[in-house]
Design a protein. Structure first.
Ligand SMILES: [Zn+2]
Length: 514
């Protein structure tokens, strides 16, 4: 017995010695030294060194290690790269600003795309960060009701403008039974092409048939998918924004499918506290509901939106002076409002409709995730910008450039959440929602040995969103993000984007060939 014990003890010692020797001898591709390393899943929060080789984190250790490239991260926090489920700006210019805001994965799960495969073809080789989409239910409606094919990039190729010619039927009419059959078929095809969930922006087609949505929830259940939603009604009066959220929560719980409710305060308005309670209570009763928010008290969308149909002032509590035309920064009047709705239906406006206190309630809720809702930045004539176009030229809501910097500043200064909780809302919690559909996502959203090296290094004292509402400021990059690493490649160094580096990978559900 004694000799066996000695053998076991001596082998453990030799294994330990070998391991120590290994770490010291290895030259990692990248070493990050002296960072405050935070892993939101385990709560790990210690000053450590990170060794990266290839696309993986190989070690997180207090030992000194060496690398071909060494980053001294003294005073910086190393966080899992941010995962944004709500990035409409899939064009190169908007993507670039997202990376400078600490994001390593930018998905559009709200609007989504159709056909899904065409989106992935469009992005291939162009991803500074990881990319992906849901199945765009709205774009299935444009195909079936207006005959407009958005070709996988509906927000980049003026597909909504094209439906103006046919009377925006996708937004304003009810589908027939036969049309619902066609819509369902396109949605199923999108799931089979790897769409991450089904994006239901029913807030933009508020008269859609309820039974049509029930059918989509059943499809989500049958095909192991889930629902993401911009809910019906942005309204303080009935039918209220809260009622619209209740509708989707009931579909989720009835058909046992996970649900992502985008921008809760945008639709819940002064009922935000009530809706947060509804989500918490549903989850205590085995619900699978994730709420999301962006850290601004103003929102943005296209001017032809249903939200602004007859009676909008009474419903939303806003007036013309709360609306700003994004391209010029001008405050709208009755005259310009009517002109732009008619002549520039897909131009963006910014609206002041959320109370700061409601925004903050969602911001400090430990289970409400952050999503930018960053729109496509355009120039002063509504045209797309090239990747090289200067910062500040892009017009639009600042959230596309500043959401994560602004969120960190607000959350750190507010002080009620731990740093691990603050970072769970930008990385770990967003992975939970999609890990059944994209199993590899379990290797993201975490700072652990064996995880993919998607890492954001920021200075907690200086980090902030710089972008603002004034012309020339809305597409300024955030500050305090010193390094961003995607799949083991540095894309931001000392706060500056490294040009022509595209390590982003497709994040995609299982593709079914049939
Ligand atoms: Zn939305």
């Amino acid at each position: 017995m004694k000799s066996i014990k000695i053998i076991i003890v001596s082998s453990i010692i030799s294994i330990l010695l070998v391991n120590c020797g290994e770490k010291k001898d290895i030259k990692y591709d990248i070493v990050i030294s002296n960072a405050r390393v935070i892993d939101p899943e385990t709560g790990f929060d210690e000053v450590s060194n990170i060794g990266i080789s290839g696309k993986e984190i190989k070690t997180i250790t207090s030992e000194k290690i060496s690398g071909k490239k060494e980053i001294n991260a003294n005073g910086l926090i190393a966080a899992p790269g941010f995962i944004d489920h709500h990035a409409h700006g899939q064009d190169p210019y908007s993507t670039k600003l997202g990376v400078l805001d600490g994001k390593t994965t930018q998905l559009d799960l709200e609007a989504g795309a159709l056909p899904v495969s065409k989106f992935y073809d469009y992005k291939k080789g162009k991803g500074i960060s990881n990319y992906g989409v849901s199945v765009g239910h709205a774009f299935a409606r444009t195909v079936v009701l207006d005959g407009v094919d958005s070709e996988g990039i509906g927000l980049l190729n003026h597909s909504l403008e094209k439906t103006g010619v046919t009377g925006n039927k996708w937004a304003s009419t009810q589908a027939t039974d036969a049309q619902l059959d066609e819509i369902d078929k396109l949605v199923i095809q999108g799931i089979n092409e790897g769409g991450i969930g089904i994006g239901i922006m029913v807030g933009y087609y508020k008269d859609a048939r309820s039974d049509g949505l029930v059918r989509i929830a059943k499809i989500a259940n049958e095909y192991n998918s889930f629902l993401t939603t911009h809910t019906r009604f942005l309204s303080l009066s009935q039918p209220s924004g809260t009622l619209g959220i209740q509708e989707m929560i009931s579909l989720s719980t009835s058909y046992n499918v996970p649900l992502l409710v985008h921008h809760v305060p945008t639709n819940a308005l002064t009922d935000t506290k009530i809706v947060l309670d509804m989500i918490d209570t549903a989850n205590k009763n085995n619900g699978k509901i994730t709420g999301e928010m962006f850290p601004y008290d103003r929102g943005s969308t296209f001017i032809a939106t249903e939200i602004l149909s007859e009676g909008w002032q009474e419903r939303t509590g806003m007036d013309y002076s709360d609306l700003q035309w994004a391209e010029t920064g001008e405050t709208l009047t009755e005259e310009t409002f009517n002109k732009y709705r008619k002549e520039r239906p897909e131009g963006y406006f910014i609206m002041h409709h959320i109370k700061e206190k409601d925004m903050m309630l969602a911001l400090i809720h430990p289970n409400i995730i952050i999503g930018s809702d960053g729109m496509v930045y355009t120039d002063d004539k509504g045209q797309l910008l090239s990747e090289d176009a200067e910062f500040g030229l892009g017009r639009g809501h600042p959230r596309g450039a500043g959401s994560y910097g602004a969120y960190l500043r607000l959350a750190i200064d507010e002080g009620s959440l731990s740093m691990a909780q603050i970072l769970a809302k930008t990385s770990y919690l967003p992975t939970n929602l999609i890990e059944d559909i994209v199993p590899s996502i379990k290797k993201r959203g975490r700072l652990q040995e064996g995880a993919y090296a998607d890492i954001t290094l920021f200075n907690p004292n200086t980090v902030d969103g710089v972008a603002g509402y004034d012309i020339g400021t809305s597409s300024l990059p955030s500050k305090g993000f010193e390094y961003v690493i995607v799949n083991g490649q540095i894309v931001v160094e000392k706060g500056v984007l490294i040009k022509n580096t595209y390590p982003g990978e497709a994040i995609r559900g299982m593709v079914v060939n049939n």
